[in-house]
Design a protein around this ligand. Sequence first.
Ligand code: ADP
Ligand code: MG
Length: 258
Amino acid sequence: MLKIQSLSVSYGSRQILHEVSLDVQSGEVLALIGPNGAGKSTLVRAASGVIPYTGHVRTNGDDFAALEPIKRARYIATVPQAVSMPPAFTVWETVLLGRTPYLGFLGQPSQRDEEIARQSLQRVSALPFMDRRVGELSGGEQQRILLARALCQSTPILLLDEPTAHLDLQYQVSLLELVTELAHKDNLAVLIALHDLNLAAHYADRIALMVAGNIKALGKPKEVLISELIAEAYCLPVQVVQHPFLDAPLVLTGEVKT
Ligand code: ADP
Ligand code: MG
């Protein structure tokens, strides 16, 4: 569904992404992991079309670079890493912005737009604070509103950049459960940058390990979360063991004492 081909990005004379290719299928969660500065956010930003790149980002044969922004916004919704929303807007107004790609000439949301906005708020458990101003919410609540706004776009592709960063444990889990439901039940193609390897191990169908702007490994969690690979990528001694009760690897830091 999402086809990234030979994607390169440079900031000035510094090349950050080196011909990265990656496919994300409808119905799967693909987690992007890798140390700080590896280029995860750059990949998400390029794929969502907010920074210039060379290479191709396509869906079903359509090249996103050739689409008007409003059409692209019907295909791809993004939850960016660090973003400020207009603080004086209410939660409701903010989430309704997700319907912008569908509004008619006068820009008035229809009943259906409002219904979709309400469902999106419901899915992130944020209906109770729909009338509050975004500036008055906690970081975690704002993160959920960003996700609701992206869901409101009703796109087949969802990109998320470390969406659990400000969330406590309970909301990390409920957000990732929602994300897997969006892929597995609603058939979205989901690309999610995650810094927590064990959350990636638990929730991702496939994992791409990125180091210095290249994909170093790509496959099922068990194929990518391998002690040697992770130790080398993160420059840290790690041990990967079988999770005691999940069918997933578990990454532990530290060396085995003998
Ligand atoms: P990650 O999300 O994996 O931590 P990023 O994609 O944010 O990594 O960053 C990759 C590299 O690009 C880093 O070396 C970072 O310093 C650099 N970088 C990111 N954004 C910019 C920018 N706007 N201008 C210049 N360099 C940047
Ligand atoms: Mg990042």
